[in-house]
Design a protein around this ligand. Structure first.
Ligand code: SAM
Length: 278
C-alpha cells in the first residue's frame, strides 16, 4: 500500500521489474507518491479531462494522475522495460489507462484523446524542450491542449517564465508567453529523484490563452525573435539587418530603438515588429 492507492511502493515495483535507471533515457525517477500526487494537482482539476503523460517510467506520476481523478491517462514511454509495470497500474484502474510504447517525438497520440486534454510530463530536458516548442507552435490556435504541466531543469524553467531585461529572457519566453500563461508552480531539489540529477528542477504550468496576447503572424514572429536572440549582444539594427533593408525605420515604427538589444524588447514590442515586417 502506498497511501494514494493500493498498489505496491515504487521501490518494490522497480526491484520487481528490474528498472535500473538508464542515463541514456534521462531516467531520474520520482518515488514519493505524495510528491507525484502533489505534481498531479498542479495540473488543475483532472476530473472530466483526458491526460497525456509523456515518459511515465515506473508510473509514479501516472498513479498520482489516476488517483487525482483523471478521466483517462494516455502514457507514451520509450523504455519497453517499463510496460509491464504500467500494465499493473492499468489493471488497478480499469479502462482509464492506455499505454503506448514508443518515442514521444515520433508518436502522435491525439487520435486516442478527447477534449479537454491536459499534458503532464517529467521528461529528459532535451526531449521536454523539443516537445514544448512543438506544443507552443501548432498550425492553428487554440492548441489541442488546455494546459501543460512539465518538469524541467530549473534553468530551463527560468527561461520559460523570464521577463525582458533578464539574462534568461529569450526565444522560449516569447514563444511561451505570447499565447499562454506560464508559471513556475513547484521547485524540486535533486534529492527528490532517484538517482538524483546534478541540478535542481522545477514544474512549469502553462495554460493556453484563447487568443494570442498581441496580434502577429506566428512564422514572422518566430523568425524575428530567433534572429534577434541569435545575436543577443548586438544592437537590433545589426542583429536584424537581414530581415529588411529599412530595418531601422521598421524598428522605430514598432516603437523599438534600433540601438536596443533583444533582451530589452517586450513581447508586445516583438509582436509590433512582426506586424511591421509582415
Ligand atoms: N515520469 C517518471 C517519474 O516521474 O518518475 C519518469 C521520469 S524520467 C525523468 C523520464 C522518462 O521518460 C523515463 O521513463 C524515460 O524512459 C522516458 N523517455 C525518455 N525519452 C523519451 C521519449 N523520447 N519518448 C518517451 N519517453 C521517453
Amino acid at each position: 500500500m502506498s497511501g494514494i492507492d493500493t498498489l505496491p511502493p515504487l521501490r518494490e515495483v522497480i526491484a520487481a521489474h528490474g528498472l535500473s535507471a538508464r542515463k541514456s533515457l534521462g531516467q531520474n525517477f520520482l518515488l514519493d507518491l505524495n510528491l507525484t500526487a502533489k505534481i498531479a494537482r498542479q495540473a488543475g482539476d483532472l476530473t472530466g479531462a483526458d491526460v497525456l503523460e509523456i515518459g511515465p517510467g515506473p508510473g509514479g506520476l501516472t498513479r498520482g494522475l489516476l488517483a487525482s481523478g483523471a478521466r483517462k491517462v494516455l502514457v507514451v514511454e520509450k523504455d519497453m522495460r517499463c510496460i509491464p509495470a504500467l500494465e499493473e497500474i492499468g489493471a488497478a484502474y480499469p479502462g482509464r489507462l492506455q499505454i503506448i510504447e514508443g518515442d514521444a517525438l515520433e508518436v502522435d497520440p491525439l487520435a486516442h484523446l478527447s477534449a479537454p486534454i491536459r499534458v503532464v510530463a517529467n521528461l529528459p530536458y532535451n526531449v521536454g524542450t523539443e516537445l514544448l516548442v512543438r506544443w507552443l507552435t501548432p498550425t492553428t490556435w487554440p492548441p489541442f491542449w488546455q494546459s501543460l504541466t512539465l518538469m524541467f531543469q530549473r534553468e530551463v524553467a527560468d527561461r520559460i517564465v523570464a521577463q525582458p531585461g533578464s539574462k534568461t529572457y529569450g526565444r522560449l519566453a516569447v514563444l511561451a508567453q505570447w499565447r499562454a500563461e506560464a508559471q513556475i508552480v513547484m521547485s524540486l531539489p535533486p534529492g527528490a529523484f532517484t538517482p538524483p540529477p546534478k541540478v535542481s528542477s522545477a514544474v512549469v504550468h502553462l495554460t493556453a490563452l484563447p487568443e494570442p496576447r498581441f496580434p502577429a503572424d506566428p512564422q514572422i514572429l518566430s523568425r524575428v525573435v530567433a534572429a534577434a536572440f541569435n545575436q543577443r549582444r548586438k544592437m537590433l539594427r545589426a542583429a536584424l539587418k537581414g530581415q529588411a533593408s529599412d530595418i531601422e525605420d521598421r524598428l522605430r515604427a514598432a516603437g523599438i530603438a534600433p540601438t536596443d538589444r533583444a533582451e530589452q524588447v517586450s513581447l508586445e514590442g516583438f509582436c509590433a515588429l512582426a506586424r511591421e515586417l509582415a
